[in-house]
Design a protein around this ligand. Structure first.
Ligand code: SF4
Length: 233
């Protein structure tokens, strides 16, 4: 979510001062909420389905608005899927109505664009919901997720991409391509076999490496039966 800061400020497009929500929808675009441990029950009772979620995995590089740098996440962030481009929460409907309003996530409840104190306290807390909180008790599934997280570690990927970028290291390039190919083939085999609903793959395994590789300023270009990495700088 893109939140404004400061007490008694109006949100963009609204006349200040503001003291209640006028459904401008500004807080529901720009990335959507990070789920907190307070949201666990909504998921376990099916109020929010995991097919509506995706994971930003621990180790992914994210822009830190305070340090103004790309920094690795220290834990999973579970988020509601958003539209491409304006990053609009998929639960935001016509006339800026939230289709899950009575079950909306904790961050959405804490957000008041006219007074940021409550949401800033949530940001400062250490209570992001993780995949382990939700599926850690499911034997077999959790093993698969843990194994993928280890084999597709963003820490290792970052180190190899650094070697690719700075030293043009062919061994590092081979390791990166091997990791991306593994991530891609695992998703395809899970979906094709029917063992896992394709709609929950971005929750279980995070977003595909073929997509997130852009955080290292590279993209994938299909080539024959395989692919190659192309710099976008
Ligand atoms: S869940 Fe509802 S309140 Fe929260 S960002 Fe999405 S549309 Fe907005």
């Amino acid at each position: 979510m893109e939140f404004l800061t400061g007490e008694s400020e109006g949100c963009s497009g609204c006349s200040a001062p503001q003291t209640s929500c006028n459904q401008c929808g500004a807080c529901c675009t720009g990335g959507g909420p990070v789920l907190r441990t307070q949201d666990e029950r909504q998921i376990k009772t099916g109020k929010i389905d995991i097919s509506d979620l995706y994971t930003q995995r621990a180790g992914e590089l994210m822009f830190n608005k305070e340090t103004l740098k790309m920094e690795p996440l220290v834990t999973d962030y579970i988020k509601i899927k958003v539209t491409a481009g304006e990053l609009r929460c998929q639960f935001l409907e016509a006339e800026n109505k939230c289709s899950i309003y009575t079950h909306r996530p904790f961050e959405c409840r804490a957000f008041k664009c006219w007074d940021s104190r409550e949401i800033e306290a949530v940001y400062a807390s250490d209570d992001a919901l993780t995949r382990k909180d939700i599926i850690g008790g499911i034997e077999g599934l959790w093993d698969l997720v843990s194994d993928h997280h280890e084999r597709c570690s963003y820490k290792a990927l970052g180190e190899w991409m650094h070697a690719v970028d700075i030293k043009k290291d062919p061994d590092a390039m081979a390791k990166v391509c091997e990791m991306i190919a593994y991530d891609r083939s695992l998703r395809a085999s899970l979906a094709d076999s029917g063992r896992v609903n394709e709609a929950i793959l971005d929750f279980l395994l995070g977003r595909p490496l073929t997509t997130t590789i852009v955080m290292f300023n590279y993209r994938i270009e299909e080539e024959g039966d395989g692919f190659k990495l192309v710099s976008v700088q």
